[in-house]
Ligand binder design. Structure first.
Ligand code: DUC
Ligand code: ZN
Ligand code: ZN
Length: 481
């Protein structure tokens, strides 16, 4: 009897650091050996001539998140993780969202119930802290961080989620004391409210005005403010879904001055522009623009280039989907307020958990903008490190989980929603060509996507507790109290 369950033979492996050729031996869901001419396994897969990479980790996606505006996310843990697996992702980190007035612990418990028995790949939770009262700050948040929920998102806009400035400082201080990572949605809420009011009063209600209600200065100002508060408190932060030049300039400045400011960007800022919100005059109606409403909004071609440059030069550490799955049609979808819905009544967010990796592999790596190690770092390794899942996840190493993807390159394919596995009735990336797609996705050694077919099983995905950084991230170097 073979000592290995599976051998992936002749793999051209890439990690965040190295490229090497090896056979990969898998036993009990983990990588048991790496080498040449390993003895036969009970099952064998020949990867000759193909890249074998660590499974993708999507560090920012929304599944089955409770909404307060009557909308509903179309993907739950079943369809969301299925879609992820089919696009080469083996770990997801969606958000347990605290509603205002709710206990944070109740939000986490509720989210576990939503995930139970559904996920086909492994998952961890971020939290969203929307109501940081004394009990949350003193007890719930520190306790949950210690229990393995080591990161949380805060919002500087959206009435049902946003924190005031003093609240932001207070939660940052908890993160500093506990070693947690704070993800910041940086947009200035009062500027957005003022601009929105003016646009609506002038009858400018079509989807394209969404971009005018949230111009870059709104993001720039909030990014600057978040960075300033992080500096004040002396805590690392991650600015999420960065859209363009003005926020990038703030982040570069912070990084250049030695502040621990990390940054994330997403496919929508590479592949969409504000023009995608503004085609309602061409006969498609408002529906078309609504498909691309997300926040911050996509900008223009020049800003896409700034984002590509930031990925290449290391401004960004992580590349996530921000998958926020609202259907266009239906009573709880984007157009629920009717075909003439004003932009402020269209839920923000677009799907992308399945297309994230093929888009970046095709246009980044095969397009000559990123090397393969950068791709692995941005989409897997850095995410695992950022959120305390490394080295179990995010690498090809003996002892790591056998979360692996064999990539088919040289394919000639066009993204079509009909081929995707989410429950959303559109993709904003319809018609974009890609030249790479996973041939096989292994989650802990088990195939979940193989030769164009989903072969996963609901409920096999495990919940992962995230570890706090060891050695612990440096505590405050400056007294602030
Ligand atoms: N913006 C968010 O902040 N979250 C989900 C989607 C979006 O557009
Ligand atoms: Zn956000
Ligand atoms: Zn988001």
């Amino acid at each position: 009897m073979s000592e290995f369950d599976l051998i992936v033979r002749n793999a051209r492996c890439a990690t965040a650091a190295d490229v090497f050729d090896a056979d990969i031996a898998i036993r009990d869901g983990r990588i048991a050996a790496l080498g040449r001419k390993l003895p036969p396994g009970r099952e064998e897969i020949d990867a000759a001539g193909r890249w074998v990479l660590p499974g993708g980790i999507d560090g920012h996606c929304h599944f089955d998140q409770p909404m307060t505006d009557g909308s509903r996310m179309a993907d739950d843990f079943l369809s969301g993780t299925r879609s992820a697996a089919c696009g080469g992702t083996t770990t997801v980190l969606p958000f347990a969202c605290q509603l205002k007035g709710q206990s944070l612990r109740a939000a986490v418990e509720d989210y576990h119930r939503r995930a139970e028995g559904k996920a086909c790949i492994d998952y961890a939770f971020h939290m969203i802290v929307s109501d940081p009262g004394p009990r949350v700050l003193r007890h719930e948040l520190p306790e949950l961080i210690r229990e393995g929920y080591t990161s949380f998102k805060i919002y500087m806009t959206y009435d049902d989620l946003k924190l005031g400035d003093r609240e932001i400082i207070d939660v940052l201080a908890v993160a500093r004391d506990e070693g947690a990572m704070v993800m910041v949605h940086a947009e200035n809420t009062d500027c957005i409210a003022w601009l929105t009011e003016r646009l609506l009063r002038a009858g400018r209600t079509a989807p394209r005005y969404h971009a005018q209600a949230r111009p870059m200065l709104v993001e720039r100002e909030a990014t600057h403010r978040a960075i300033s508060y992080a500096e004040l408190v002396d805590v690392p932060i991650l600015i999420v879904h960065v859209s363009g030049r003005e926020a990038v300039e703030q982040i570069r400045w912070a990084q250049g001055n030695g502040l621990r400011v990390y940054a994330e960007t997403c496919p929508q800022y590479l592949f969409l522009t504000a023009e995608d919100l503004g085609v309602e005059e061409d006969g498609h109606g408002r529906m078309h623009g609504a498909k691309c409403i997300c926040s911050p909004p996509p900008r223009d071609k020049a800003n896409q280039q700034v984002i590509w440059d930031g990925l290449e030069s290391g401004v960004f550490q992580v590349f996530s989907s921000d998958h926020a799955p609202f259907r266009l049609d239906g009573p709880d979808g984007k157009m629920a307020a009717g075909p003439d819905a004003s932009f402020d009544r269209i839920p923000n967010g677009i799907p992308g958990v399945e297309t994230r990796l093929p888009l970046l592999f095709s246009h980044g790596v095969l397009g000559g903008r990123l090397d393969i190690c950068q791709f692995v770092a941005l989409t897997s390794t850095n995410v695992a490190k950022m959120y305390g899942l490394y080295p179990r996840k995010g690498s090809i190493a003996v002892g790591a989980d056998a979360d692996l993807v064999i990539w088919e390159t040289g394919v000639s394919r066009t993204i079509r929603n009909a081929d995707l596995h989410h429950e959303v009735d559109y993709t904003p990336y319809e018609g974009i060509p890609v030249s790479a797609w996973p041939a096989l996705t292994l989650s802990r050694g088990q195939a979940v996507w193989r030769d164009g077919r989903y072969v996963g099983e609901a409920g096999r995905g495990k919940f992962l507790r995230c570890e706090l950084p060891t050695p612990a991230r440096p505590k405050a170097s400056r007294e602030t109290a």
